[in-house]
Design a protein around this ligand. Sequence first.
Ligand code: HEC
Length: 176
Amino acid sequence: MEYQEIHDDLTSYIINHPVKYLMKSVISVAVLVSFVTLAAAFASCGGGSDKLNQDQQGGASATAGAPPAAEANLAIDLSPEHVALGQATYHTTCAPCHGEKGKGDGPAAVALNPKPRDHSNGVYMDKLSNDHIFKVITQGGAAFGYPTMPAQPTLKDDTVKNVIAYVRSLSATYKP
Ligand code: HEC
């Protein structure tokens, strides 16, 4: 078939079956878009796990100098509403060990050695970065040498941030 014939053929096909032709192009565009989306999703997953590996290696970033600024500077909203939201989660999730006011004197603390950390002790607590506290809450204490502090992997990021706001409110000397 000569080019002209193919061209004429295609033109008459499009004219005779405009809807079918349109559907075909819509479907191919849709397929293309989903491929691109999938590829992007895979790419970001890969990036995420790289980041995780880096974090887990810990020592590597310690020898390479200060941790990335974004990590150390996890922003916490210390306004009263966030502190109150955090207190509610703290009451159910943390107070059994750390006590309502974070003194490390919750009912479960009796059985624990070492005792849960006293969150009202500013001399100790004020030195911990928001990023570190975030990790301790979400990943648990095991990675830092105190396995009796459990991980809370089901808490949403915002909920954890509110809990940190409450923890910060327990130290009279804390300054962001
Ligand atoms: C089962 C008891 C238990 C529960 C529940 C618990 N913790 Fe702990 N937590 C501990 C213990 C034990 C330690 C370790 C004390 C030590 O070794 O200095 C600790 C340590 C910590 C530290 C100090 C981290 C550091 O690097 O020194 C923070 C902050 C903390 N917990 C926050 C929380 C928060 C917030 C919650 C609730 C989301 C929570 N914990 C729930 C027992 C608990």
